[in-house]
Every structure is written in C-alpha cells, then in structure tokens.
Design a protein around this ligand. Sequence first.
Ligand code: SRM
Ligand code: SF4
Length: 535
Amino acid sequence: MTDLATTTTTSLNKFEKFKAQKDGLAVKAEIEKFASVGWEAMDETDRDHRLKWVGVFFRPVTPGKFMMRMRIPNGILSCEQMRVLAEVIQRYGDDGNADLTTRQNIQLRGIRIEDLPEIFKKLRAVDLTSVQSGMDNVRNITGDPVAGLDADELFDTRELVQQIQNMITSQGEGNPEFTNLPRKFNIAITGGRDNSVHAEINDLAFVPAFKEVEGARISEQGAEEEMTFSSPIFGFNVIVGGFFSAKRCEAAVPLNVWVPPEDVVALCRAVLEVFRDHGLRANRQKARLMWLIDEWGLEKFRAEVEKQFGKSLIRAAARDEIDWEKRDHVGVYKQKQPGLNYVGLHIPVGRLFAEDMFEIARLAEVYGSGEIRLTVEQNLIIPNIADSLLESLLTEPVLNKFSINPTLLTRSLVSCTGAQFCNFALIETKNRALETVKALEAEVELTRPVRIHWTGCPNSCGQPQVADIGLMGTKVRKNGKTLEGVDIYMGGKVGKEAQLGTCVTKGIPCEDLIPVLQELLISHFGARLREPATV
Ligand code: SRM
Ligand code: SF4
C-alpha cells in the first residue's frame, strides 16, 4: 500500500490532489479534444499541469504558444528525427525555436494546441516521444555523449539508457506505473572516466566500478546463486539523492550498492517503486528522494530497495573509475573506430532555429552516419566522420555560427531558459549570458576555459552549483529601485571528485556585474587585462 493511499486528502498539497483526481497521463487520450476546443477553453489544470505528462508545457509568458519537451535518451538522435523537430517549429516562424537542455535534451517552442494531434503523429512516425518529460515523472535519462566512440570508455551506456527509458515509459507510450511519483526524478548513467553526466546531481546515478564478487546471493527464484569471480568484473556503484531545488541542494550519496550492467534496469525500477510508494508527499518542497533518505536513514532506504529488488544487493566497490577531468567534447576528436572522428559543435546557450537544425541534420547525413548527439553543456556532436571528409566539413559556413573552437569563456557558457519563456525567472538569462561573456572577452585574456553557468532563479536548472562561476538570478534594490541581479556561486568541481559550489556573494545588480566578474577571472582564474590597442 502506498503512503499516498494512507494519507488523508486534506493533508495533500494541491498537486497531489489533482493527481489523485485524474492521472496526468489521462490527457494523452484527450489531445484531439483539446485541439478542437483551443487552449483558452480548456480545463485549467489539464492545460497548466497535466499536459506536462505528455511533455507539453503551457507558458504563462507566451500564452497559447506552448513548449514541448522531448525525451532524447542518452542525448542521441538521428538526422531524420532532427528534421522532424525542425519541421515542427518551422511553421511557427519567429515564435518557433528549440533549446538544447542541461539534460542532453531538446525543447521546442511556439507549439499551438490545435497542431498537437499532427505533431504527435509525426513524432511517433520517427520513434520520438515527449511522454513523462515534465512534472512528477522521470526526466530525460542522461548517458555518455561519446558512448561507443570513446576508446577509453569502460562501458557503452546507449543500450542501457534506452532500456531504462522503455521500462519507465512503456516504450515511449506512457506507463501509469510511474506517472504519479511524489516529485520529479533524475537518472544518469556513465560508463566513461570523466563523469560526463554530472552523476552527483541526480536522484539516482550509476558510476563505473570494478568489483570482486564472492559468495552467494539469492536469485529471483529464491535459490542461492554462486557469484564467485576470479577477477574483478565491471559494473556500477550506485549513488542516490542528488538534487537541486530552491530550498536545498545536495550531492548524491553512495547507496553502498554495486550492480552488474544486467541488473541496472531492475535496480532503477526498485528505487522508483520505493520512491513512488514511500516518498514524502505532504510538502512539495520536501518531496525529492533525498528527503525520504533523510527521514529513513540510508540503511533503511537500502533495505527497502533490496526488498523491492527481490534479491540481495552487493556492497559497493571500494572505488569507482571516475579519474579524469571532465571533457566538453567541443572540437575534433579521434574515435575508437580507426579512420573515424567526432566533431563537437558549440551551440551558444543551446539555442537553435529551424534552419540551424536542418543544416545540422544535413551535415550529419553528408559527412557522418546521420547521427547527432547532445551534451549536458547544451552543445552538439556529429560522430562517425571519415578522415577523408573532415577537411571539407570544417569549411562548412555553419561552423562560423556553431564553432569547433570557440573563445574560452564562450566555450563553457551554459544558461537556463530565463525570463524570455519561463515564468519562474527573476532575470533574463540567455541573451545576457552571451553579452556578458562578449564584454568580458573584450577586456581580459584567458589561458583556460572558465565554466560560467547562468540560472534565472533558485530552481537551478542552469546548474550554477557545478560551475567555476555560477550566477543565480535574484531581485536587488539599488537607489530605491528593484533591479535584476545575481547571487554568485563558486567552487563547483566536475569530473573526478566532483563537488558542488556554494554562494560566495549575494545580490549583485546585473548592471554592475561585468567588473565583478572581471575581477574574479583575474584573481581566481589567471586572466589578464588585455593591452590597450595602440593607434
Ligand atoms: Fe528545470 C522547473 C527548464 C533542467 C530544476 N525547469 C523547470 C521549468 C519546467 C519551470 C517552468 O514550468 O517554467 C522550466 C521550463 C522553462 C522553459 O520554458 O524552458 C525548466 N530545467 C529546464 C531546462 C530547459 C533548463 C535549460 O535551459 O537547459 C532543463 C530541462 C532539462 C530536461 O531536458 O528535462 C532543466 N531543472 C533542470 C535541472 C538540471 C539537471 O537536471 O541536471 C535542475 C536541477 C537538478 C534537479 O532537478 O535536481 C532543474 N526545474 C528544476 C526545478 C527545481 C526542482 C525541485 O526539486 O524543486 C524546477 C521547479 C519544479 O520542478 O517545481 C524546474
Ligand atoms: Fe526557469 Fe528558474 Fe529553471 Fe531558469 S532556473 S529555467 S528561470 S525555473
């Protein structure tokens, strides 16, 4: 029996109440009806909340122009899929655009409700889904962006990520087993050495680790299975409870569990079932997994997961294999397949328009194998480019816009959506992020990239806590006026020994920010003022 079933309706928050009245996924069957009545006549809860179960987000900032959040497992899509996404936004002219997200994903903008039946048909035809991508669901599952290409990887995450998504969404059709979680849930899996997915900021993450497994464990049928191996075998250490929210941010903690790859999907299911059935639902600010772990203690949480898993869990390996600095994949790199390369394009703050997407699809088809990959830095990779085609790819005009060798600050810039489309935003982010970096680069010279992340409010979608310099939107008072401002975070470390940055300065008005950042770049990151130009 679930905690939800035992909680009285009066103690439920408004989200739990509307979920109890009608499951979010129910709107899937009503899309035709919504399309014919139009967004203004729709039931408000369906429009503002339940549509997110099929990945469609009402935007109070641009009413009538919806956002659609896809699922791109492991961040991999085909040029055919990219073209379909481009066609969807193309019809909306200036209202249509797309954003690459911090979860290796794509969001489309400008969507009209009357077009949804046709859009869903087009998406299904190329095996794309947007189901369960918002609200109390599992978000896009991230994996190594160079899985299967990287000569140094320990495990290719592609198949596993797809299997987890299939389990959670019933092959992309929607799965009522997992459409009423207490809150959102993030899953990441990495088989490389550089923690390319920010494992530590996910509710559940799998990091590579070798384990000598001895003795016996209980099989699914209840019998003891011999599990003795002569040499260490590959699997994953499991970490849990990482999350950012306006109220609290935590890095994930070790669950003291190691799983072989073949048990990953079942473990995801077990953890999700425990979260679904026991996660805290009364206060939405305390509904993420870590709050349950706090309430129960890690030992009890582990024991409940083990019960749900149905066989004994193996203790974590003593160490994991994350021992590299994090790579950003921008530039040209050799693949493990002889004669092939992958090329990482920098997409400024992740923003794309239909013509860009058609062009990227063309490049992937003409020069590569037709595949396109996304990164959590909101950039994009075209893999499988033969040595013989590389030179001509690099002369393509679109690479002037999407560079393989951007300047050092631009290269690592990440920004959430901000005030242009997000009603939580306290500030404008994407354009300001680009302008700020341009102004800084005119003043200072750097010798290494500095990762600046912008986020428009404390929800932290732009992950300021993983940045060298994180900027979180806030409102500030100056000369009797309320202005857009930022709190500054520093100390975020990614890759091996990842750790979260913390707030070091509060309430800098955006109009005063450039000299403050300039000073930080000089004092902490070895930047130097440029010589004044001589006439
Ligand atoms: Fe986020 C809510 C955008 C990654 C924490 N996030 C939102 C909403 C849906 C709010 C809204 O309805 O307007 C934003 C949609 C704005 C829009 O129109 O684009 C939004 N979040 C984003 C994206 C697009 C930022 C980006 O520009 O890349 C990212 C989409 C990821 C995806 O493809 O699914 C995005 N959001 C994140 C991350 C980063 C991550 O997952 O690594 C976080 C912090 C990590 C985490 O969740 O633990 C994040 N978003 C939130 C939160 C705070 C969650 C909480 O527990 O309180 C909210 C607010 C909420 O859910 O109530 C939120
Ligand atoms: Fe919106 Fe805030 Fe998330 Fe930025 S951080 S996308 S402003 S909710």
